[in-house]
Design a protein around this ligand. Structure first.
Ligand code: FES
Length: 117
């Protein structure tokens, strides 16, 4: 069972086989949406692009290539393979995940990936 660590929140959770990263975050109580997207999001259909996360190991999720919705929402601003949409990937190996920053709540993330969000 792959272990997912949400770096910013300091929360860990075990992923069920084939479990979607967005659903896992919700089950673990990790907020992946920011601002008005908490209420206004596409609920995992790949249409809003608001579930963006950064992965410590892009090879630990499936599919390993970006999906069509990810190309649409991420390619212009995030060319690195580590940035994905949580609703588009399933976890297949242990991984750390960096969620988007919450305004007014800074957490030191340099230990995760130097670029940060
Ligand atoms: S929840 Fe809307 S794109 Fe992931």
């Amino acid at each position: 069972m792959p272990r997912v660590t949400f770096f910013r929140e300091g929360i860990g959770a075990d992923a069920a086989p084939g479990e979607n990263l967005r659903e896992l975050a919700q089950r673990a109580g990790v907020p992946i949406y920011r601002s008005f997207h908490v209420l206004l999001n596409c609920k995992g259909r790949g249409k809003c692009g608001s579930c963006r996360v950064e992965l410590s190991d892009p090879g630990a999720v499936e599919p390993c290539e970006r999906t069509g919705p990810e190309h649409r929402h991420l390619d212009r601003g995030f060319s690195d393979a580590a940035t994905r949409l949580a609703c588009q990937v399933t976890v297949c190996a242990d991984i750390s995940v960096l969620t988007q920053e919450v305004a007014g709540r800074r957490v030191e993330t340099k230990g995760f990936i130097p670029r940060g969000f």
